[in-house]
Design a protein around this ligand. Structure first.
Ligand code: ADP
Ligand code: MG
Length: 133
């Protein structure tokens, strides 16, 4: 997995993919970015990376595809504007899944509601999202 060859690279690539998406989403929303990055170590040598932003958010019906399918082609909005290479955020999801056996947690909301949260895994054989919860 390019960019995920060792743990240091993996953390770097994960943060980069997530922050690039946050910057894109804030630009789309035409808001100055407020992006929070947390990297926490938890039990048994595992790191949890959390990125939160004040961008557009993700339409609920697009969350599984956007985060659970590698090379998700049919974007509903504009394509990535930042970064030069990379297979997108699903690569980070996949790496986390393979190394920790844990899903990604995606929470998206607008100003009016508390939104929706999803736990997503990638079905590696079929390259389709599995919504665990
Ligand atoms: N923080 C975010 N805010 C809004 N939309 C997001 C966010 N992260 C991901 N997305 C959506 O998920 C899609 C897939 O992300 P990604 O795989 O990184 O591809 P890319 O950034 O090349 O479009 C993005 O195109 C975007 O529509
Ligand atoms: Mg991206």
């Amino acid at each position: 997995m390019a960019g995920f060859g060792n743990s240091t690279q993996a953390v770097y690539s994960t943060v980069r993919e997530l922050v690039e998406n946050s910057l894109d989403a804030c630009e789309d929303a035409q808001r100055l970015p407020r992006i929070r990055v947390d990297i926490e170590s938890s039990i048994s040598d595992t790191l949890t990376v959390t990125v939160a932003d004040n961008g557009t958010g993700v339409p609920h019906n697009q969350v599984p595809e956007a985060f659970g399918r590698v090379l998700y082609g049919s974007k509903y909005d504009r394509r990535q504007k930042r970064g030069t290479f990379g297979l997108g955020v699903t690569m980070a999801v996949l790496h986390g899944q393979i190394t920790t056996d844990s899903p990604v947690l995606v929470h998206t909301r607008d100003d009016k509601s508390s939104g929706m949260a999803y736990k997503i895994l990638v079905d590696i054989e079929q390259n389709v999202p599995i919504v665990e919860e």
